[in-house]
Design a protein around this ligand. Structure first.
Ligand code: URA
Length: 212
């Protein structure tokens, strides 16, 4: 995972010795490594069993995730669940997490609108993601969307060009990036949404085949 060698995240100091998923989750609950803890309701840590082959990495929790404390449970999560099912993958056989573990938002009227995390917030949160990968040691890591893909594979990575391809990486035997489910929800019309959903399911089917 590319990292800035001149920056040591304060989160490094919070990683417990010989971490487990539950000790990591407990420690991350108190993380103040960047300022997002001030506006997020809670840390939304990754979720899933330890012995899974596939790890999905999204960008950051959204509104519903922030309120419930669980990743991918809002509208994008529901689309993700349907796509997983269509590809023959059970969500409970995967681990789902995010690059940034607090919801970044700005007010618009009464709503809280998602705001993209910046490079400092991503770098501050990186120790948690690295620790999750080290504990789970997944066979496949799938980045959902450009923020996750670039955090995992470098800023030159282009989801538009390389989606659905297995990428050579030291992170896991198989690493792939595809679109973020919320980009499918934002499609301008039903036909485009349907086509984009099909391509997303096709990408997931490739990884289902890889782990068989
Ligand atoms: N989008 C993400 O990237 N992650 C979530 O957990 C929810 C929405």
């Amino acid at each position: 995972m590319p990292r800035n060698k001149n920056f040591i995240s304060p989160a490094e100091a919070l990683i417990p010795p010989r971490p487990s998923l539950s000790s990591l989750k407990n420690a991350a609950a108190d993380c103040q490594a960047c300022d997002l803890w001030k506006t997020g309701t809670q840390t939304v840590f990754g979720e899933g069993a330890k012995r899974v082959k596939v790890m999905f990495v999204g960008e950051q929790p959204g509104n519903e995730e922030d309120l419930t404390g669980r990743p991918f449970v809002g509208p994008a999560g529901r689309l993700f669940d349907d796509a997983l099912e269509a590809a023959g993958i059970e969500r409970k056989q995967t681990y789902v997490t995010n690059v940034v573990k607090h919801f970044k938002w700005e007010p618009r009227g009464k709503r809280r609108i998602h705001k993209k995390p910046n490079s400092l917030e991503i770098a501050s949160c990186r120790p948690w993601l690295e620790a999750e990968i080290a504990v789970i040691k997944p066979d496949v890591i799938v980045a959902l969307g450009a923020t996750a893909a670039q955090a995992l594979l470098g800023p030159q990575f282009r989801v538009t060009k390389q989606r659905g391809e297995f990428i050579q990486s030291t992170l896991a035997p198989y690493v792939m990036a595809t679109v973020h489910p919320s980009s499918i929800l934002r499609a301008p019309d039903d036909e485009t949404r349907h086509l984009e959903l099909r391509s997303f399911i096709d990408d997931l089917k490739k990884l289902a085949k890889a782990i068989k």
